[in-house]
Design a binder for this molecule. Structure first.
Ligand SMILES: Nc1ncnc2c1ncn2[C@@H]1O[C@H](COP(=O)(O)OP(=O)(O)OP(=O)(O)O)[C@@H](O)[C@H]1O
Ligand SMILES: [Mg+2]
Length: 486
């Protein structure tokens, strides 16, 4: 390989057919005289069809520059060179760091010598070692192209905001399951808003046996094993549900607050009493109607109960996970849009409560297709307020434009699967820790189950890995009518 050009932080390198460098590979451009080296990543491979490149090649080929001697000039002798040149490729590489005395710095301001530099491939294990990607809490993400494992450190997910995105069916939920069980393995508390009911079996292996996590996966199915009694709720949570999920206007909200307090004082906080109190409320007709319709939503959701024995003590489960770790799977399958919002509002309220009172240290929240249940103002909340309380969110979506721009700007890690649509790639490129060229060029060619890890988990050295398989009973398969019979 030969250094050809440098423009800003882009290097152009001429590569010969035998050197087969591919997109995503890392190269080490060593300049022996300067005692430094550049670490660059191939982001595109093109034909070296530029006349300048050909000249350069001819001049530097081992014997290409020598004048042909003798009288018998056999034109065929130069043919192999011509083919060689025709097949040479131009590698467009992005400089990721400078290596000096085994230390990495993000600068790309110096120019390596064109004649003296040697260029070789940088193996993934060496890159991982140099960049110190591995840590004390390893999570094996999967295998890289050169058959080594990409292991990230669980602490690089700590306190962070993450995005897992890619086309339908490419393995996003699979990766989030992998991250979840790994975090649970390190005794973390994990909560997932499970839109398709596919996380409930994380504790069971493919052949139906219990695995390591069996006792640590707690599935909450609203209306079945997940109900709350009004007595358990604090007024702020209820107001949150009414105002945010059910859009109760201000005047009615004030009336409700008064009503709630009076019922509470009299020890009559139950659905039945609340229903009667609203019916008998002596106030403006509109206010009464507004309250009555919200009360009906409460009843219809099947999420509220007057029977204390039936009520779920989410706190207890959260406390259990505090020491031993565990995942709370909030099963939102078969719930209507409104019910989903009620439940999410309740769960988030509960989490903030527990974190505020230091009952929990931190929670890793996984949210699948969050735009279907997360209200507008929560997005900003999640990057600011909730993050400070200790809610560290991972958004999973196949529609990247449903995630708000603030989330991209603040995201610490992005796990990017295949996308072919330019618009989708443009959206992802908005992330601060990502550069548009890398995203556009590499993500478009990713095979299924392969992801490009970007951000803190890989110390800002984008690495492609094939996500490893999990021995977990998966339930995320798309339901099909025509099934291939093997
Ligand atoms: N790395 C992997 N190894 C083995 N199987 C995988 C891997 N990733 C995904 N799968 C399988 O591929 C199928 C689709 O994966 P998954 O449900 O994770 O895709 P998805 O991106 O979440 O899809 P959707 O957009 O529909 O939610 C599943 O059956 C899953 O078990
Ligand atoms: Mg999925």
């Amino acid at each position: 390989m030969k250094l050809y050009k440098k423009e800003g932080n882009i290097l152009q390198i001429i590569s010969f057919p035998t050197e087969n460098a591919e997109k995503g590979d890392y190269l080490l451009v060593e300049d022996g005289y300067a005692g430094k080296a550049l670490i660059a990543q191939v982001i595109d491979v093109q034909f070296a069809a530029v006349p300048g490149v050909l000249e350069e090649l001819l001049r530097t080929l081992p014997d290409g520059g020598e004048p042909l001697q003798g009288e018998d000039i056999d034109p065929m002798e130069i043919a192999p060179h011509i083919t060689y040149i025709q097949d040479a490729s131009l590698l467009i590489c992005k400089i990721r760091a400078t290596l000096e005395n085994d230390m990495l710095s993000p600068s790309s301001s110096w120019l390596p010598s064109r004649s003296q530099s040697t260029i070789k491939k940088l193996s993934t294990p060496l890159l991982i070692k140099l960049a110190k990607i591995e840590g004390k809490l390893p999570i094996i993400l999967g295998g890289t192209k050169d058959s080594t494992l990409l292991t990230i450190d669980a602490s690089s997910l700590d306190g962070t905001l993450n995005i897992i995105t890619g086309k339908k069916g490419c393995g996003k939920s699979h990766l989030s399951k992998l991250l979840m069980v790994s975090l649970v393995g390190y005794k973390a508390t994990v909560v997932i808003f499970d839109l398709n009911g596919e996380y409930g079996n994380l504790g069971v292996t493919n052949d139906g046996k219990r695995n390591l996590y069996y006792g640590k996966i707690h599935v909450f199915t609203p209306g079945q094993n997940f109900k709350v009694a009004l007595e358990q709720l604090n007024l702020n949570t209820v107001m949150g549900i009414l105002v945010n999920a059910l859009h109760l206007p201000g005047t009615s909200a004030r009336e409700f607050r008064r009503l709630w307090k009076s019922l509470k004082e009299r020890g009559k906080l139950s659905m039945q009493e609340l229903g009667e109190a609203i019916r008998d409320l002596n106030c403006n007709q509109h206010v009464r109607d507004a309250l009555a319709s919200r009360f009906h939503s409460f009843v219809n959701s099947g999420f509220f109960t007057d029977c204390l024995a039936e009520a779920t003590l989410m706190d207890e489960t959260l406390m259990k996970t505090k020491d031993a770790g565990g995942a709370l799977v909030i099963n939102l399958k078969n719930t209507s849009n409104v019910d989903r919002q009620i439940i999410v509002e309740y769960v988030l309220g509960k989490l903030v409560d527990s974190l505020q009172n230091w009952k929990l240290r931190a929670v890793f929240l996984f949210a699948e297709e969050a735009h279907l249940y997360l209200r507008e103002t929560y997005w900003d909340d999640i990057v600011t307020r909730m993050r400070h309380y200790g809610i560290f969110t991972t958004f999973i979506t196949n529609q990247p434009d449903t995630i708000q721009e603030t989330i991209y700007r603040q995201a610490d890690n992005i796990f990017l699967f295949n996308f072919t649509n330019e618009h989708d790639l443009d959206v992802v490129s908005r992330a601060a820790r990502v550069d548009a060229e890398t995203v556009h060029s590499i993500a478009r060619d990713l095979p299924p189950h392969h992801c490009l890890a970007l951000g803190r988990v890989v110390c800002d050295f984008p690495i492609v890995a094939r996500v490893r398989a999990l021995d977990i009973k998966t339930m995320g398969e798309t339901r099909l009518f025509f099934k291939t019979v093997n």
